[in-house]
Design a protein around this ligand. Structure first.
Ligand code: FES
Length: 105
């Protein structure tokens, strides 16, 4: 399989619910990863972009965190609701501009 144009590493680290740092899995990142994969398939982009599970990206307090490569940008506070916007930005070639989920675009 050739390498993809971009990779989305979704932190699916889970800590106990009472852990002070929290965790991305507790903020819905496992469902987020599933939805990103599904949206890439729906938009016929799975051969260009890949969403993968990852361990802690050290952005725990603002998770769910997604590392975008090769831009080397961490998207913070990402939720399932952001998936269409993120995938649309991938198709438009501007995913690094998706720095905050609440950015109007
Ligand atoms: S638990 Fe997700 S960045 Fe640390």
């Amino acid at each position: 399989m050739p390498s993809r144009e971009r990779y989305l590493f979704v932190c699916t680290n889970r800590r106990p619910d009472d852990h002070p740092k929290g965790s991305c899995a507790a903020r819905g990142s496992e469902e987020l990863l599933k939805e990103l994969k599904a949206e890439l398939l729906r938009t016929k982009a799975a051969d260009r972009f890949r969403a993968c599970g990852a361990t802690c990206l050290d952005a725990c307090e603002s998770g769910a965190a997604v590392l975008l490569e090769p831009e080397h940008v961490i998207l913070e506070g990402v939720s399932v609701a952001d998936v269409p916007r993120i995938v649309r930005a991938l198709h438009e070639g501007t995913p690094a501009k998706v720095s905050k989920p609440e950015d109007p675009r």
